[in-house]
Ligand binder design. Structure first.
Ligand SMILES: *Cc1c(COP(=O)(O)O)cnc(C)c1O
Length: 423
C-alpha cells in the first residue's frame, strides 16, 4: 500500500450522498459522459475518483503516478492537507462577496504575488478564474496602450506556435489554425511572427505596436523554450518603441521551472505577466500582474471586471499554495528532480531530444508514436501527455520525488516498445 493513501474514503464523504462516486465501473461513467457532456475534449482517458500526493486512482481501482498534474495545475499534488484545510475553512467563513467588496485573502495574495515577482512600486494585480481570462485582461490592457503618443495602438505581435487560451481575444493571440479558423472573425490586429527569431522580431516591432505577447517556454507547442537572449532583445525593442512586453507565464509560472517565474533568469522586467494553472494548487484562479505605475493605470475604473475573479476561496487557495511551496522548499525539489529526469530521459534509446526547465519537460521520440505512448503509459500506471505526434510532455506535481521519477524512467523503455509494437 502506498504511503500516499488518501486520508479520505470517497464513499464516506457528503459528496457520496449526491452521487455514487464508487461502485460504478469506469465504462459506465464513460457512456454516461458521452451522452451528457459536449464532445469538445474527445473521450476521457480514464474516470478518476480520488488522488493523494502524486497518485490518483480510477473508478476501477487502478493506481496511477500523475506525471501531468492536471496540465501543470496540481503544483502540490492531489488533496494536499494544508491547501485542503485552508480552502474548506475559508469557504466555511466567507466564500464569495463580489467585487463591490474585497476580503483580506484577496489583498494578501496580490501583495504576495507582487513580492514574488519583485515588482516595482506602483505595480498592481487583476484576478481572474483562468489563464485565458488573465490573457483577455492583458489583451484589453494592450488595447489601451498609446506608447509615448496619445493614439491608441491596436497591433499586437505574438509568435508562431503560441497558445494563449480559447476565448476570442486569447484565441486571436493563439497561433494554431485548427483552433482559430472555425471561429473567425477574431479580434483583429494580431500578427504572428516566426518563433525565436530575433531578426523577425526586430522587423515587426515598431511605433505602431501595442504589445508583444511571449511565452518563455511554449508549453502546448511541445515545451519549446525561447532561445537565450530573446527575452532581453524583446525587452529592448519594446522599451524603445513604447510597446508593452507581456509574458504569458500561465504554464511556466509559480515554480514550474524551479523559479517563481520562468523569465526570472533573463534579467528583465516585463510590463505584465499572466498566471493561472499552478497558482491555486488545483483551485481555479488566474492573475494579470502589471508592473509600474504607468502600465498599471492603463485600465481604469469600469473598463474591466469579473464576478468570480479574486474571490475569498480562490485567493485563499493560492495563498496556501504559495505558502506550502515556500515553507517546504519545493522549488529546490523542482530543479533537482527536473534535472534528474531530463538527463535520464536523454539516455533512453528512442528519445531523440529533451527540452524544458524544472518540471516542465518535453521530449521527442524517434517515431510518431506519442499518442500510443500515452495509452501504454496509462496501462502501465503513468499519466503523461502528447502535445505532438512524436512529443511527450511531463508537468507533474512539483513535489514529485526522485524515487517516483525513477519508477517512470524504469518503465519507459517498455512503454515505448509497447507503443511501437501497436503502431
Ligand atoms: C493553459 C494555458 C492558457 C489557458 O489557460 P486556461 O486556464 O485553460 O484558460 C494560456 N496560456 C498558456 C501558456 C497556457 O499554458
Amino acid at each position: 500500500m502506498s504511503k500516499h493513501t488518501a486520508a479520505v474514503d470517497p464513499a464516506a464523504t457528503p459528496v457520496a450522498e449526491l452521487v455514487e462516486t464508487t461502485g460504478h465501473a469506469g465504462s459506465e461513467w464513460l457512456s454516461r459522459y458521452s451522452s451528457s457532456l459536449m464532445g469538445v475534449f474527445g473521450a476521457p482517458q480514464r474516470v478518476l475518483v480520488r488522488g493523494a500526493g502524486c497518485l490518483v486512482w480510477d473508478a476501477d481501482g487502478k493506481e496511477y503516478l500523475d506525471l501531468l498534474g492536471g496540465i501543470a495545475v496540481n503544483a502540490l499534488g492531489h488533496a494536499h492537507p494544508f491547501v485542503t484545510s485552508v480552502i474548506s475553512s475559508q469557504l466555511a467563513t466567507l466564500g464569495h462577496v463580489s467585487n463591490f467588496f474585497t476580503s483580506p485573502t484577496q489583498v494578501a495574495l496580490a501583495e504576495k504575488l507582487l513580492e514574488l515577482a519583485q515588482a516595482p512600486a506602483g505595480s498592481k494585480v487583476f484576478f481572474s478564474n483562468s489563464g485565458t481570462e488573465a490573457n483577455e485582461a492583458a489583451f484589453k490592457l494592450a488595447r489601451r496602450n498609446t506608447g509615448t503618443g496619445d493614439t491608441r495602438r491596436t497591433k499586437i505581435i505574438a509568435l508562431e506556435g503560441a497558445f494563449h487560451g480559447r476565448t476570442m481575444g486569447a484565441l486571436a493571440l493563439t497561433a494554431k489554425e485548427a483552433y482559430r479558423t472555425p471561429f473567425e472573425p477574431l479580434p483583429g490586429g494580431v500578427v504572428h511572427i516566426p518563433f525565436g527569431d530575433v531578426e523577425a522580431l526586430k522587423a515587426a516591432v515598431d511605433e505602431t505596436v501595442a504589445a508583444v505577447f511571449l511565452e518563455p517556454i511554449q508549453g502546448e507547442a511541445g515545451v519549446r523554450p525561447l532561445p537565450p537572449g530573446y527575452l532581453k532583445a524583446a525587452r529592448e525593442l519594446t522599451a524603445r518603441t513604447g510597446a508593452l512586453l507581456i509574458l504569458d507565464e500561465v504554464q511556466t509560472g509559480i515554480g514550474r521551472t524551479g523559479k517563481w517565474l520562468a523569465s526570472e533568469d533573463a534579467g528583465i522586467m516585463p510590463d505584465a505577466v499572466t498566471l493561472a494553472k499552478g497558482l491555486g494548487g488545483g483551485f481555479p484562479i488566474g492573475a494579470l500582474l502589471t508592473f509600474g505605475e504607468q502600465t498599471s493605470s492603463l485600465l481604469s475604473a469600469g473598463q474591466h471586471g469579473t464576478t468570480f475573479g479574486g474571490n475569498p476561496v480562490a485567493t485563499a487557495a493560492a495563498l496556501a499554495t504559495l505558502h506550502a511551496l515556500e515553507s517546504q522548499h519545493v522549488l529546490a525539489n523542482v530543479a533537482a528532480v527536473g534535472e534528474h529526469l531530463r538527463s535520464a530521459l536523454a539516455a533512453i534509446p528512442g528519445v531523440t531530444e529533451v527540452r524544458g526547465e524544472g518540471l516542465l519537460i518535453g521530449f521527442d521520440l524517434d517515431a510518431d508514436v506519442a499518442p500510443g505512448v500515452v495509452q501504454a503509459g496509462l496501462d502501465a500506471g503513468f499519466i503523461v501527455n502528447s502535445p505532438g505526434p512524436r512529443t511527450i510532455r511531463l508537468a507533474p506535481p512539483l513535489i514529485l520525488t526522485t524515487a517516483q521519477a525513477d519508477t517512470f524512467l524504469a518503465a519507459f523503455p517498455a512503454i515505448l516498445q509497447t507503443a511501437k509494437d501497436a503502431s
